[in-house]
Design a binder for this molecule. Sequence first.
Ligand SMILES: Nc1ncnc2c1ncn2[C@@H]1O[C@H](COP(=O)(O)OP(=O)(O)O)[C@@H](O)[C@H]1O
Ligand SMILES: [Mg+2]
Length: 302
Amino acid sequence: MEAIRIERLSKTFSNGRKALDEIDLRVAPGEMVALIGASGSGKSTLLRHIAGFTASDAQPSQIAILGRPIQQNGRIVREVRSIRRDIGFVFQQFNLVNRLSVESNVLIGALARLPLWRRLTGRFPREERALSLAALNEVGIGDHARERAANLSGGQQQRAALARALVQRARIVLADEPIASLDPESSRRVMDMLRALNREHQLTVLVSLHQVDIAMQYCPRTIALRRGKVVYDGPSAALTPVLLKKLYGDDAHELLDASTPGEEHEQAADNLASHPPGGAPTGDNTPASTRYAFALKPAHSH
Ligand SMILES: Nc1ncnc2c1ncn2[C@@H]1O[C@H](COP(=O)(O)OP(=O)(O)O)[C@@H](O)[C@H]1O
Ligand SMILES: [Mg+2]
């Protein structure tokens, strides 16, 4: 059974823009797959469809998560919430609740699994707290559990988002340009963590990336989108500059350039403004040797 199975998925926005065009894809459990493409190629739209946030065009189509349809023929299924429990979604802009502690943010991941009365009282069982602390330790930010999320650097916030997926006991992580707003060192740490979730917790990872070199470094397989179509699906190692030029023409430079595009420079500047040098930490001082000290027990099986 596939972790993600997509059949004939198309999406036309109300303005007539065809963002996804007859996508067929299968991702096996335990794979770590990169989704690449220039801005506007449909990466976010595809990930949002897989998570059941957006409904496709009303033609025969299907997206199934671990064998269970999450949407079909343009309709999101009624049990979408229960299916979404298996999916951890990581956003470019971190998406933590800024005024809550890091630990509370991670515990939000457990909410879907808890009975209603626990959710209403806001009291978490001791084992959930232990699980969230272990997850925070695992991603290297256990020392920051009691801090407000807003006080963490971008890279630390993104690792908290990964801890939340672990606490949720997600089986699949969909990450939409999780490193696009981060400096290279923080990017590397976040990608290392994603790889650890993949290898040590057997999570299936589908991560959209702007840059091919990161895809090649971390993901054995790359799916390349162009104008809503899959133009390449195969080994990342085969994505040579020549092939990219063939697939993307003049857009290829956007995927090959080591520098980030203008839009993301602005975001980096924003991050710097909210974490000025000498103010809140922008780096991470956790020794690498302690980062994997706490191993969570494997998530529930299907
Ligand atoms: N809500 C929307 N309404 C209309 N067009 C949209 C909407 N969201 C995305 N698009 C368009 O769909 C295309 C794919 O967008 P997107 O999935 O965000 O691409 P990417 O994430 O690869 O940059 C783009 O042309 C974009 O402008
Ligand atoms: Mg996007």
